[in-house]
Design a protein around this ligand. Structure first.
Ligand code: BGC
Ligand code: NOJ
Length: 814
């Protein structure tokens, strides 16, 4: 069953009934001011950091699930009836409901008793504010007297504190109201240099800033006292719970349309200019007023919206494809790229499943996110790389997470995840391949954000690689540390106490448990690093890396191969994990996908065997599960993986992030049919018709789809913030379609399904637009290239030396 449909032309997903199985959300803002918005206008906003600078309040795990957001109420002052055009919070019997989630905006609305109302929510480029543009039309044949009420709840900035420290927070709230604008200034009197403001384009008929005055002590959001009564109370919040609500009355003639604009913004002030007059406690509103004056004007708001649309058109235009498969097209051309922007901005911090207070930006996550983002805004990728590298430790290890606001490593989580450093090599390499900007390697970057420790970024990469060489275990495989990519394989943890963090509890000495996955990652990153070294003229160093890679490959074959597939790890007793010898968890996906992706066993049938085993033991129609058989009980020596009931998350769930590793691995063996088939199984657009099983949004990847051991096999969870976004984008564009960035130029090496006659693509690479036309003449993946009519040797196109900005490439596959 479907709950809406794609509108590819407008780059929107149109939800046509409000009661989606879960909130189907979108992100507003793509630079510093961010919002999450559900299809019924739920959600919240923050500046840069969902934990430390939360602008509006949200309660997770609510009942119903999604409650609280950017709500508007309409009231027919003739009848006294009121409703919300976004369905929530009143859940009235609205008609023609639709929510159009688009690129950085959502338009939500409906018709109720002849009154049509749609609100366009978006964050203009380069501004720290959001616009709610409400359009009202009277479809009745009589005039109507309406009241409009806006409402959102201010968060007292630190979202963690806001949801726990009530003894203090119920006494700190402060607001000002001036010229109809509501200013939220809690803690502005002391150490904060920022406030929020909420303005409206109309003369107000009233306002409220105290939640209880707006709702009434015992009313829910569906029956606010003020809306029921049709009259605001002009309440001023002193402590308790500051909110922002405007009341606007208007008369609409039959057929008449009117617009009201609301602007919610965030303003920082230089410390010496915080107050006006100086020395007073009154907010200096000059800057906020100027911004408000601009965006409360509907023409200016429209212009800002047009700029946002143009921005996204340009970003998405950097890579457009036309294949025989509509699901591939709309994911590559629109939604997957869009999701990569969200994962780049949020890492795993703020979604409807990540509360924004749990995690900062992950070191491994953010580095991997670059794979799907770097072609869009390379300058921001560059900045991110340097920020991440600055949280690296001098040992080459890394803080596992950092806070986006402070850009400092998070001490609560600390370090010791032994895969982390390698992702920096992969992220940096991806950046240079895209941009050709070698200067990044010479940037001086600190360790652990300590002044005086700076070295060139290149040395950070050297230390990343050396980190593993200095931490090899009894078989010569990399020691796993707290965990590798699989955060739930906690081999040095042995936790028997409820509440202990699996990721940070370490009670083994860490000198035994080894990871075959990190070995594969090492083989991959070692080749990337060798290529960088070589290009910098460091031939001897490159040769050393290649030797290390060869040695690790041999070690994997000697101690990491189980006969038909790669082992996963050795535990603290030196026992195999992911082996036929195990009672459960005999085969894991990560080492199959990653070792083959890294090139191990491509020539001698080993890779093929591993992938055949994946097909036999792990593949399901909903995607490839993480391991089999699932763990039916808790294993002290394995940790969190065995804490999950069968089929969920890392315990044999379809953990979508690692499916693309197998997809890439299949392309390395030339199996385009199998690769694209796996791709389609987890492609959300291809799963749209399964709406009531899949349950999550059909336009973005979810972290997990329940595996075959779960009672809810096929059900997705944790949508939006997942490494699946970057990796699947990378897999489809760079490996299946084969439009691959290399240090030396753009390689075209498609490994597409045998049934495809070909495809077309446009890719802007290092400032040159490549018009690519792929035609199949045989069943294989042997590609010959003609560049602007001239056949070239090999399949890497070097950037034109004569300044051409448009290049046509014909690719023939045989
Ligand atoms: C999840 C993992 C996640 C880890 C760290 C675990 O509960 O299952 O997917 O990486 O927490 O946040
Ligand atoms: C989610 C985490 O964000 C990521 O870092 C990890 O690799 C996966 N879970 C697998 O455990």
């Amino acid at each position: 069953m479907q709950f809406g449909h794609f509108d590819d032309l407008n780059r929107e997903y149109v939800i046509t009934r409000p009661d989606t199985p879960l909130p189907w959300i979108n992100y507003l803002g793509c630079q510093a001011y961010f919002g999450l918005i559900s299809n019924t206008a739920g959600g919240y906003s923050f500046y840069k950091d969902a934990r430390l600078r939360r602008i509006t309040r949200y309660r997770y795990n609510n009942v119903p699930y999604d409650f609280g957001g950017r709500y508007l109420y309409l009231r027919d002052n003739g009848s006294g009836e009121f409703w919300s055009p976004s369905w929530q919070p009143t859940r009235s019997a609205i008609e023609d409901y639709s929510c159009r989630h688009g690129m950085g905006y959502s338009i939500i609305g409906s018709t109720y008793q002849g009154i049509e109302a749609h609100t366009r929510y978006f964050v203009p480029l380069n501004e720290n504010l959001e616009i709610w543009q409400l359009t009202l039309t009277n479809k009745r044949d009589t005039p109507v007297e309406l009241s409009t009420f806006s409402i959102q709840e201010f968060c007292l900035w630190d979202a963690q504190d806001d949801s726990t420290n009530f003894q203090r927070n119920f006494s700190t709230g402060q607001v000002e109201v001036e010229d109809g604008v509501i200013y939220h200034k809690t803690e502005y009197r002391e150490r904060r240099d920022h406030f929020a403001y909420f303005g409206c384009s109309r003369q107000l008929d009233g306002f409220d800033t105290q939640r209880e005055a707006f709702l009434g002590a015992y009313n829910g959001w569906d029956t606010p006292a003020v809306v029921k009564a049709g009259k605001s109370t002009d309440s001023m919040a002193h402590g308790w719970s500051p909110v922002g609500s405007h009341h606007v009355k208007l008369t609409l003639q039959p057929g008449e349309t009117q617009q009201i604009v609301f602007v919610l913004g965030y303003q920082e002030m230089p410390v010496d200019q915080k107050f006006d007059p100086p020395g007073s406690q009154i907010i200096n509103k000059a800057a906020a007023k100027a911004t408000l004056a601009k965006y409360l004007d509907p023409t200016q708001a429209d212009a800002a919206f047009d700029r946002l649309a143009a921005y996204w058109k340009e970003l998405l235009g950097l890579c457009q494809v036309e294949t025989p498969d509509p699901h591939t097209n709309r994911m590559v051309n629109i939604w997957n790229a869009y999701q990569c922007m969200a994962t780049f901005n949020m890492s795993r911090s703020a979604s409807f499943y990540e509360s924004g207070i749990g995690r900062g930006l992950g070191f491994r996550d953010s580095n991997q996110d670059l794979l799907g983002f770097v072609h869009m805004v390379p300058s921001r990728a560059r900045e991110r790389i340097l920020d991440l590298a600055a949280t690296q430790l001098s040992s080459g290890g890394a803080y596992h997470q950092y806070q986006p606001l402070t850009k400092r490593g998070n001490n609560d989580v600390g370090s010791g995840f032994n895969d982390d450093p390698h992702w920096l090599i992969i992220g940096v390499s991806a950046y240079i391949k895209e941009t050709g900007d070698w200067s990044i390697l010479d940037e001086k970057v600190q360790y652990d954000n300590q002044a005086g420790t700076e070295t060139p970024l290149y040395e950070h990469l050297q230390r990343s690689f050396a980190y593993t060489l200095a931490r090899l275990g009894p078989h010569g495989l990399p020691l796993i540390g707290r965990a590798d990519w699989n955060d739930c394989l906690n081999l040095n943890c042995f936790s028997d106490t409820p509440g202990q963090s699996f990721q940070t509890t370490t009670n083994k000495n860490g000198q035994v448990a080894e990871s075959v996955f990190i070995a594969g990652l090492f083989v991959h990153s070692g080749q990337e690093l060798a290529n960088l070294a070589e290009a910098r003229g460091l031939q001897a160093e490159a040769a050393r890396y290649r030797a290390d890679v060869a040695k690790m490959t041999a070690t994997v074959m000697a101690h990491g191969w189980d006969g038909d597939w790669f082992l996963r790890a050795y535990d603290d007793f030196g026992h195999k994990i992911g082996s036929k010898e195990c009672a459960e968890g005999q085969i894991y996906i990560e080492s199959q996908g990653y070792c083959v992706l890294a090139g191990i066993g491509l020539e001698d049938g080993v890779a093929q065997k591993a992938l055949d085993s994946v097909r036999t033991h792990l593949a399901t129609k909903h995607g490839i599960v993480l391991q089999q058989p699932c763990y039916s009980k808790y294993y002290l020596e394995l940790g969190e993986i065995s804490s999950y009931p069968p089929g969920y998350k890392e315990n044999a769930g379809i953990f979508c992030h690692n499916n693309p590793w197998v997809i890439i691995a299949e392309t390395r063996l030339g199996s385009g049919d199998q690769a694209h088939d796996y791709y389609t199984r987890i492609n959300p657009s291809a799963r749209e018709a399964l709406g009531d099983l899949h349950r999550c949004e059909p336009y973005v990847y979810a972290q997990m789809i329940a595996g075959k051991d779960a009672p809810t096999h096929g059900e997705a969870k944790n949508s939006w913030l997942t490494g699946t976004a970057a990796w699947n984008y990378f897999a489809i564009v760079q490996w299946i379609l084969g439009i691959r960035t290399e240090l030396g130029g753009l390689t075209l090496a498609p490994v597409i399904p045998t049934t495809w006659p070909g495809f077309r693509a446009t890719r802007v690479f290092r400032g040159v637009t490549y018009h690519i036309d792929v035609k199949r003449e045989g069943k294989g993946s042997q590609a010959s290239l003609e560049v602007d009519g001239i056949a070239i040797k090999g399949n890497t196109i070097t950037p034109p030396s004569d300044g051409r900005k448009e290049v046509s490439v014909k690719v023939t596959l045989r």
